[in-house]
Design a protein around this ligand. Structure first.
Ligand SMILES: [Zn+2]
Length: 159
């Protein structure tokens, strides 16, 4: 992305939002050279590399898959659609920052879990239980215990 003011190619993303149609990302960028700010619109598929599935097959990055997974995890939880979309944008941003040519699906899963953890503890546990498929029950129970003993969980139960 070339800066419209000084033509420099060095810039950083300061904000990412998903477009109304859900298939584009609106980015606020700041030029590292002249500090000018500008907005770009990118199609999601152009922005993120393809995904390597566990069986080695490749598939195009699919934002809806992540959003639907989050929606499912947050069912009946006090989490707005806006918060979910922001979470997807945050996940995409950190995936991009990792700079993979192809992203292993496990990396996406871990990324989703990390963000879900901040968003809603109950949703996190739901997602983690499905994601890890109880492959490692000890790890899952340890995580569950951590969460149940955390302050946030107490507030959740009390309030
Ligand atoms: Zn510039």
């Amino acid at each position: 992305m070339r800066c419209p003011y000084c033509s420099s190619l060095d810039n950083k993303v300061v904000d990412s939002r998903i477009g109304k149609e859900g298939d584009s990302i609106r980015r606020r960028r700041e030029c590292l050279k002249c500090e000018g700010r500008f907005t770009t619109y990118e199609r999601v598929e152009e922005v993120l590399p393809s995904v390597i599935k566990k069986d080695g097959r490749r598939e195009p990055y699919d934002r809806m898959k992540i959003l639907n997974g989050l929606k499912k995890a947050c069912e009946k939880r006090p989490v707005s659609v806006e918060a979910l979309e922001k979470t997807v944008a945050d996940i995409e941003k950190s995936l991009q920052d990792k700079g993979f040519k192809e992203i292993p699906s496990t990396v996406i899963g871990e990324e989703v879990m990390g963000h879900l953890h901040n968003l809603d503890e109950v949703a996190y546990v739901r997602f983690a239980s499905v994601y890890r498929s109880f492959k490692d029950i000890n790890e899952f129970m340890a995580e569950l215990k951590d969460i149940l003993s955390s302050k946030e969980m107490k507030e959740l139960k009390d309030g």
